[in-house]
Design a protein around this ligand. Sequence first.
Ligand code: NAD
Ligand code: DAU
Length: 330
Amino acid sequence: MKLLVCGGAGFIGSNFVRIRVREHGDDVVVLDKLTYAGRRENLHDVIDDVRFVHGAIEDPSAVADAIDGVDAVVNFAAETHVDRSIAEPDAFVTTNGQGTYVLLEAARKAGVRYVQVSTDEVYGSIEEGSFTETSPLQPSSPYSATKTGADLLVLSYFHTYGLETLIARGSNNYGPYQYPEKLIPLMVLNALHGDKLPVYGDGMQVRNWLYVTDFGRGIGHVLEQGAAGEVYNVGGPDECPNIEVVKRIVSATGNDDSLIEYVTDRPGHDRRYSLSSEKLRGLGWEARVHFAEGLQQTVDWYRENTWWWEPIRSGDYREYYERQYGRALG
Ligand code: NAD
Ligand code: DAU
């Protein structure tokens, strides 16, 4: 299959490209703007096997170049960090909204299948039970609101134009190549450096952890076997409160709990996410990696791959961190 993977230089996109090239022998074109979160390094071992187009999904000419001759589009490209969306929502509207529109138009003209990579955050927070694909959409943050808008636009292209669209909504991903603004890599790198571990609020918010290769394979199932116009949840096998995640990282890095620091809560912080993935299981998908195993693999990966994160920790990230947490990295 010849695939256009938008946002393929980011965390989940690069893991997906690796799976498609190595396990499926796909011919892959990557279109990526290379924002702070997108890095060629994320594709270091497959970069010679793909065609890389440096450009933005909201730029119709870059998209027209990249989409030429492909069988399907998978869109990972997005602004993805909730805290950044609270501080500066602008880029979220442009990329997640306008960018998705430009891609849909290009897919419509080319007449190709379109998979939108979406998130459990479109459903908002749930105290008990799990969201299904028919649960109401109640996003809380500018990030999740722009992702929700994009999902609705994608569905409209199926209903109005008959474009073969599909949506895969994932829960919280973790694993190699995740930028250290997100909970797990931030805590792992801080713990390895003896920096404080900033836990928002009471730390009792619950996330539904999904190993990144399980999400990548789930998206592959949706791409190959999903029914046009449908939405599929892709949830992780385990849920865990943030404070327990952090304590496990403390222990896996040989530290003690004195590194933990409770800090001001995130505004509008969703308390709990939980997805039911029965519909995707019906297509034969199953998450393979449990949280205990995946977290240990992730800690090991960051410990062993200093080449990947050293340039991040010594670059602009230091300024981001100081702005966000009001303290410098050690
Ligand atoms: P990421 O921030 O690591 O990567 C995003 C990628 O998109 C980067 O390579 C970046 O350069 C690229 N990009 C950003 N704006 C662009 C633009 N305008 N044009 C082209 N490329 C652009 O994100 P991620 O965590 O890998 O998330 C990928 C997708 O999966 C997103 O759509 C996100 O909403 C969704 N998702 C993420 C999670 C998670 O836990 N991280 C869970 C469910 C769904
Ligand atoms: O649920 C899927 C979503 O998961 C994706 O759609 C988003 O792109 C992705 O960023 C992620 O969103 P979260 O807000 O859940 O992830 P984050 O890693 O930012 O935070 C996870 C939890 O940890 C959340 O409850 C906030 C908390 N947290 C986070 C950071 C960065 C802290 O307590 N301290 C921190 O320093």
